[in-house]
Every structure is written in structure tokens, then in C-alpha cells.
Design a protein around this ligand. Structure first.
Ligand SMILES: [Zn+2]
Ligand SMILES: [Zn+2]
Length: 282
């Protein structure tokens, strides 16, 4: 893996030489003010997909020279606003300005949650014809991932051109739920069977250990907060993972006070904090 910072003043390219490239538009927690929200752009050859589009995502894309309408493929991990808050802008600019529908990779169960509980209020009533209002599929080209029946935890897979994605259910909210089955909808992602990105999850060692056993995971980007309790994995909880896992784990979705925890991150043997606006090349 190599890293290279984004060249300020240039436009981020949505294509590359064919290597797998990860670019975090932000690395912050839901309420971070210093480094945007944890939304991940994946680029490989002629293909790209944006994993999550939070409230600050359109601004983050603007900072790298891109309108939200440049993004052709989306996958959404769950419905907190740091992951979906930019989607109304995507939907409305797509329909009324760019006049195109981006692809949304989405399981049917989650489509109902995303549309009925969040997006519908700002999107559905912008047009009405003979009593019909707009639907999710008027804004997005819906693509269903396949269910992988051979994996015990609910997992889907799909391809975006040359990019392979597997999405598995995680254990994020509420903090009282003991299992992924009893948690509200949230997912992590495996990219090309090489990279595990948990997105938001509580401490769930079985998630990390089982997928690292099933797939040749080289690098893990894991949700992390600097205090224990609530709906995210904490630094001290993650310290309980095996040495070889921590050594390839970058922490992400962290708070604005990260400087005071950098020594502890190093002391515990993690690969480090994920860097914002940095090209991670594999
Ligand atoms: Zn979040
Ligand atoms: Zn969340």
C-alpha cells in the first residue's frame, strides 16, 4: 500500500491506472468539524463508487473539484445523516440539473428504510401528476446486490465494473442490542476481498475476525471513538483485538480531539489514524 496526499488546487480524478484506490473525503465522526465525515470514494481503472454521502459530502467533493453529479455509483451503509445527509442534493441535482440518475446499490429492505424514513420528505412531492408523486427509482437507478447464502451473517455482493463489493450487516444501533440481527440496518463493506471497511459499528470482534478468516484482508479501516460507551467501537475496546489484526488496522470516524490520542493509537499497535484527502493505493 502506498499513500499520497491530494494535490490542493487540482481536480480529483474518478479514474486511474487500474490500481485499487481508496480516498476518504472525510475521516470524522458524525459531529466532527475539522475533517468532514467518514465517506469513502473508491476508484479503480474507469470505475468508481462512493460509500456514503453525508451532510458535508457535497462540500468535501467541491473541495476536490467535483460536483455531486459527477458521482455515478453510490452505496449507503446506514441512515445517520453523516452517511446520507448529502443524498437529497444528489437526488435533486441529478433529476433537475444534470438530468441523470446515478446508480444506487441497495438491498430491497434498506431501500424502504432510506426512502420512507429519510429521503421521501424532501424528494417525493417535487412533482405530482394525476395524484402520483415521485418514487426512489425516479431519482436513482436501483441495482440489487446478491445475497450470499453461504455466509452466516447477512452479506451481499456485487460488482461496480472492476470493483468487487461485499456488504455485511453490522451492530451499530441501538447500544442495547446484542447482535447484528437485533440492530437497526447498518452495513460494512469488503472491497475486492482485500480491504475491510466497517463503517459505523460497535465493538464486534466476531465481525472482524470472521471476515479476516474468510477473505485475504490486507488492511482494515475501522470505526473508532476515543471514549468507551455508546454506538461506536472505542479505542480501548479495539485494543482487545489480536496483534496481527491491529497492525493492519487504520482507525477512522474519529473526533476532533485526535491529536491527544495519537500516542495511544501508536502504543496499542494500530497502523494509525486514517488520513483525510489522501490517496490509499493498493
Ligand atoms: Zn457515522
Ligand atoms: Zn452511524
Amino acid at each position: 500500500m502506498e499513500t499520497r496526499p491530494f494535490s490542493a488546487g487540482t481536480q480529483l480524478s474518478l479514474t486511474n491506472d487500474g490500481r485499487l484506490e481508496l480516498f476518504f473525503l472525510g475521516v470524522g465522526s458524525a459531529f466532527a468539524k475539522r475533517h468532514y465525515q467518514t465517506n469513502l470514494l473508491i476508484v479503480k481503472g474507469q470505475d468508481h463508487v462512493l460509500v456514503d454521502c453525508g451532510t458535508k459530502c457535497p462540500q468535501a467533493l467541491y473541495d476536490v473539484g467535483l460536483p455531486v453529479t459527477a458521482i455515478q455509483n453510490f452505496f449507503i451503509t446506514h441512515s445517520h445523516s453523516d452517511h446520507i445527509g448529502g443524498l437529497e442534493e444528489v437526488a435533486l441535482l441529478g433529476r433537475y440539473m444534470a438530468k441523470k440518475k446515478p446508480v444506487m446499490i441497495i438491498a430491497e429492505a434498506y431501500q424502504h428504510i432510506l426512502w420512507d424514513m429519510s429521503l421521501r420528505g424532501g424528494c417525493a412531492h417535487n412533482e405530482e401528476q394525476a395524484g402520483d408523486i415521485l418514487k426512489f427509482s425516479d431519482f436513482f437507478e436501483v441495482r440489487r446486490p446478491r445475497h450470499m447464502a453461504d455466509i452466516p451473517r447477512l452479506t451481499y455482493d456485487t460488482e461496480v465494473g472492476s470493483i468487487g463489493l461485499k456488504m455485511m450487516r453490522t451492530k451499530h444501533i441501538p447500544d442495547s442490542s446484542g447482535t447484528w440481527e437485533s440492530s437497526f440496518w447498518s452495513c460494512g463493506v469488503i472491497i475486492d476481498d482485500r480491504i475491510l471497511f466497517t463503517s459505523d459499528t460497535r465493538y464486534d470482534p466476531e465481525l472482524v475476525l470472521s471476515y479476516c478468516k474468510q477473505f485475504p484482508i490486507e488492511v482494515i479501516f475501522h470505526d473508532c471513538q476515543f471514549f468507551t460507551g455508546g454506538v461506536h467501537a472505542s479505542l480501548e475496546e479495539l485494543a482487545g483485538l489480536p496483534d496481527d489484526i491491529r497492525a493492519r488496522m487504520y482507525l477512522v470516524h474519529y473526533g476532533d480531539n485526535w491529536e491527544q490520542f495519537e500516542p495511544r493509537v501508536a502504543e496499542l499497535g494500530f497502523a494509525g489514524l486514517t488520513q483525510q484527502m489522501t490517496h490509499y493505493m493498493f
